[in-house]
Write a protein that binds this ligand. Sequence first.
Ligand code: NIG
Ligand code: FE
Length: 419
Amino acid sequence: MLSADLIIEHASELITLAGYHAGPRTGGSLRDLGLIADGAVAASQGRIVAVGPTPQVRDLVRLEPASTVVDARGCVVLPGFVDPHTHLVFAGGRADEFEMRLRGATYQEIAAAGGGILRTVAATRGADEETLVRLGLARLDRMLRCGTTTAEVKSGYGLSVGDEIKQLRAIRRLSQLHQVDLIATVLAAHAVPVEFKGDPDGYVAAIIGQILPAVAEEGLAEFCDVFCEEGAFTPDQARAVLRAGAELGLVPKLHADELSDQGGAALAAEVGAVSADHLLYSSEDGLAAMAHRGTVAVLLPTTAFFLGLPYASARRMIEMGVPVALASDFNPGSSPTWAMPAVISLACVGMKMLPAEAVAAATINAAWAVGRACDVGSLEAGKSADMLVLEVSDYRELAMHIGAPTVRTVVKRGRVVVQ
Ligand code: NIG
Ligand code: FE
């Protein structure tokens, strides 16, 4: 008999998404939720020990005294959301820019006028690590309440050795202090800072020569990302940064084709990026290269919605065999939300993903996008016991109640952290 200290039982629908060994989900397998009626999950010391129909799991495990028993009758149970693309650590706000855009200004016009990312850079440079941690903790509380149990967080509001390191140290401390597990990405190539205005190549040289080595030296990031876009970095600059990062052991990611087609999808495939993110304007050829290489497409529908841009072609990507994941892109400018349920709603309504596809994209495929598929994203023996109980009995309703998250209970590493 297996010993357990937590059991969630009698879920109307238990969504396991089991079978991660087969790799990121593509095509029809994205719809395969591994759904169990009257399902149960048992865990011991933070790890899942049994998953199956409630009577079967009850037979398999012996509950220790003082175990936690969660009755999920009438509820859906699924893995905690993995948010594989956020810019969670920043100071300051940009509410005035939101209003400017409502009056007709574009995101690019605001950025060109010194607003946008560079404004958040100025505010973030002005904040110390302590302040960034305090702001981050409050945001993580909100994310957790919306069901996110693992998140990737990028730097990119520092843009100098000292300020990028400060942001990444804040991310590391946040991951230690908070229940949500964080995965750090260095995004020094987010924008050209004022001190390099007119000399983007000079800044790229500084990224390659100073920032990335300092980050790698301190072991502060796992991934390296570049904003490849007109007004940010060219494909050649992006390639140089990602190659330099890879040599230091930083796995490439890419902000690709967000505002225009820069050939970002193909570039991500070429450099062996784990994911290419956004992909609003990607070409067929670029997507085909990603499908061939198995590059995960991280789609960010709240960004398209918030900026009033056309959504990424999720249906086409799924048809072509690209593994699709979903993320919030949480940041103060282009996607000021941390709610994965809202991301899932817009993925369905805006991109015509089926609710089952959206759920898989926000859990197991999102875990693949951040190299965590062996630990989170599905409910299988051995994995971290990160689970959500939703106050709905049909998982499709998760996508239907737009703006009204249905998360009732959050379990992180076998402990109830939101009730
Ligand atoms: O993913 N595109 C670049 N980075 C973010 C926006 C960051 C910001 O506006 O502060 C994005 O959309
Ligand atoms: Fe982003």
